[in-house]
Design a protein around this ligand. Structure first.
Ligand SMILES: Cc1cc2nc3c(=O)[nH]c(=O)nc-3n(C[C@H](O)[C@H](O)[C@H](O)COP(=O)(O)OP(=O)(O)OC[C@H]3O[C@@H](n4cnc5c(N)ncnc54)[C@H](O)[C@@H]3O)c2cc1C
Length: 353
């Protein structure tokens, strides 16, 4: 039986791995071990959705993508108990009994502060055992600072480093930074990757914030077609009526890099027209931003005006437009190798060139 630390010391690959927990670490390891060639990888999750913090559309797509890799899900179905083996027997709430050669438990991590006896220095912990801090990362004892996983919230290196920088700036009066950005990205290294910043659609709905959604799929983007990414999606959330960018959600190849355009956009208070006015490289995945902005709730002007060849007078779907673009725009300019990649991308979306 492993946790997210001891799994790094695994000496040989098992034939099968059962993972308890459908959060970021559970899903990342599930993808990793499946592509390492394990015959069976199972994820058991108490809730009905993996990555509950992510936008629901994105986490549902991730589940489909992981299932297509051959990963099996048992959810919503909490673990009742585990009986020692080998093999281990995992009893689920539904009455299912799973035999596990190897078990990885990813149900959250705790700060290792209890043994430090911080109370001797007067430092208080909250009910969850986290250190409480102010916006300069001072604990209730002003010359003792805390940053990273021990203060709770999302456990991410990027956030831990920003918080620690802010603490140092304050402690040494360095003045080069005034605070931690309110826009913090989350990256999940599943296959495919997921990344997000800002509000999710369910959060906006719950708060009653009027908004529009712009989506564009990788398989409707020429570069996405070339790389054959089936699962990619960029989803942008804009407020109404001012169309300010409120959230960016991505699944697909390089999502953890591509989120940067949205992240900087949110920091600089971008609106939908910021992306429409920007000229992106072609063919590039960055161009997803422009098309997702065009597409906000079906308002894509390009889509309304398309009239092509023998299909004059009809409105073409994204897929038809992509195939048209591949045939007319990319192929005549491409090397043989690129044409071969195009042909395999076309076969991935069920067509020929
Ligand atoms: C499997 C896994 C994958 C992850 N992937 C990502 C990712 O892709 N991207 C990302 O941004 N984040 C990721 N994270 C989260 C990230 O690792 C943490 O959020 C980040 O390391 C927090 O930094 P930290 O300095 O607060 O704590 P840590 O990095 O845990 O550092 C704490 C240090 O304190 C030491 N220590 C502990 N107790 C004591 C003690 N009593 N006395 C002295 N020293 C002590 C520890 O040995 C450790 O070196 C991942 C975490 C896990 C477990």
């Amino acid at each position: 039986m492993y946790d997210s630390d001891t799994i790094l010391r695994m000496e040989r690959l098992p034939h099968s791995l059962t993972i308890v927990g459908g959060g970021a670490i559970g899903c990342e390891y599930a993808c990793l071990f499946k592509v390492l060639g394990l015959e069976e990888v199972r994820v058991i999750n108490a809730g009905g959705r993996i990555l509950p913090f992510a936008d629901d559309e994105i986490s549902n797509m991730l589940r489909e993508a992981m299932e297509s890799l051959g990963i099996e899900f048992h959810m919503p179905d909490p673990v009742e108990n585990v009986v020692a083996g080998p093999p281990l027997t995992v009893h689920l709430n539904s009455g299912k009994r799973l035999l596990a050669e190897a078990l990885l438990v990813t149900l959250g991590r705790r700060g290792n502060v209890a043994a430090l006896k911080l109370e001797n220095a007067g430092v208080r912990l909250d009910d969850q055992g986290h250190l409480s801090v102010n916006d300069r990362f001072q604990t209730n004892v002003p010359h003792i600072y805390a940053a990273g996983d021990v203060i709770g919230g999302y456990a991410l290196s990027s956030m831990a480093m920003e918080q620690a920088r802010m603490a140092m700036v304050h402690a040494f009066d360095l003045k080069y930074k005034s605070g931690v950005s309110p826009f913090l990205p989350i990256g999940v290294w599943t296959i495919p990757e997921i990344s997000m910043v800002g509000e999710t659609e369910p959060e906006l709905r719950a708060k009653g914030v009027p908004h529009v959604v712009g989506r564009w799929r990788y398989d409707a983007n020429p570069r996405g077609v070339l790389i054959g990414e089936r699962w990619g999606l960029l989803k942008l959330l804009f407020s109404l009526p001012d169309e300010k960018l409120l959230g960016v959600h991505m699944i697909g190849d390089n999502a953890c890099e591509l989120i940067a355009a949205g992240l900087v956009g949110m920091t600089l208070e971008a609106t939908c027209s910021t992306f429409i006015e920007t000229c992106f490289n072609y063919p590039s995945l960055s161009d997803l931003y422009k098309y997702a902005a065009y597409e906000r709730d079906g308002q894509n002007p390009a889509r309304r005006r398309v009239r092509i060849g023998r299909r004059a007078g009809t409105i073409l779907s994204h897929r038809e437009l992509t195939i048209y673009a591949m045939r007319k725009t990319i192929l005549p300019k491409c090397s043989l190798a690129a044409i071969m990649r195009c042909a395999s991308a076309a076969s991935a979306i069920g067509t020929t060139l």
